[in-house]
Structure formats: C-alpha cells, structure tokens
Design a protein around this ligand. Structure first.
Ligand code: ZN
Ligand code: ZN
Length: 148
C-alpha cells in the first residue's frame, strides 16, 4: 500500500446526514460542509485550511463556526483531532484505524496502514484501560529526500 496524502474520496450527502443523525446531531449546512470536507480529503487539514476551502461556497461561514463545528464533531466521535503540532491542530475524518507519518521537511501528513489488526495494547495490570491510540512517525517524505 502506498502512503496516502491527497486521495479524494466521494461520500454522499445522504451518507453524511446518516452519520450526523446517527450521532444525534441535526444535519445542518455547516455540519454537512465541515464533515464532508474532512471525509473527502485525506490531507489532515487545520481549521484555516477547512475554512479557506469552504468559504468561497459559503460566504456567511465564519472561522469560529468551523472551529465550533469541529469541536462538536470531535465530541460526537465523527472526526478526530490529531495532536501532532503544537500550534496547528489538525483534523481527520477517517476513523478506520491508521497511523500517521509526518514529514519534518514539508509538514505533510501521510496515512499509514495500521498493521496491528486494530488491537490496542493491554495495560490492565497497571490499572489502565486503553480506549484509543494515536501513533505518529516522523521523517522525510520521498519528495523531500529527493530534494536533499
Ligand atoms: Zn516532505
Ligand atoms: Zn489520517
């Protein structure tokens, strides 16, 4: 499998609505747009990137609304936030288990296949119950290696 960066995937509005309703969220225009953006792109965008992609079609949309919508979608488990950069929080609409590779040259975030069969480590003997994991690898992508 190739490391994935910009793969575009089509998810229908009906499917986005179904996901929102399944999480007891009203499928408002803003929620459909923000969730759609994250489901259609694999580039782990920041709030600014999502805003700049949606604003041309939704001139009344504010950055605060994008931010608040992301918070609601995260709390509902429909998207996840990635803690890979201190200053710029990034978001991921792809919930199937996968790891990330962050290029320290260009900052791109690549999806990596998750080879552990979805199993979480067991720290039960330490009294800890693991609910999710977030694994990131750091290095240089192919393009940045070729530039050196
Ligand atoms: Zn790179
Ligand atoms: Zn991802």
């Amino acid at each position: 499998m190739q490391a994935q960066r910009q793969r575009k995937v089509e998810v229908t509005t009906a499917e986005l609505s179904r996901r929102l309703l399944g999480a007891s969220l009203r499928p408002s225009m803003q929620r459909l747009a923000v969730l759609g953006d994250l489901c259609h792109h694999y580039d782990h965008p920041t709030v600014d990137t999502i805003y700049s992609r949606l604003h041309p079609q939704m001139p009344t949309l504010s950055k605060t609304t994008v931010y608040n919508t992301l918070r609601i979608l995260c709390e509902a488990g429909l998207v996840r936030s990635l803690n890979i950069e201190y200053a710029n929080q990034r978001f991921d609409g792809h919930l199937e288990p996968h790891d990330h590779f962050i290029c320290t040259g260009c900052g791109q975030v690549y999806d990596l296949p998750h080879n552990r069969a979805g199993r979480l480590p067991d720290f039960g003997d330490m009294g800890l119950h693991v609910e999710r994991e977030e694994i990131s690898y750091y290095g240089l992508c192919r393009e940045c290696q070729e530039k050196r």
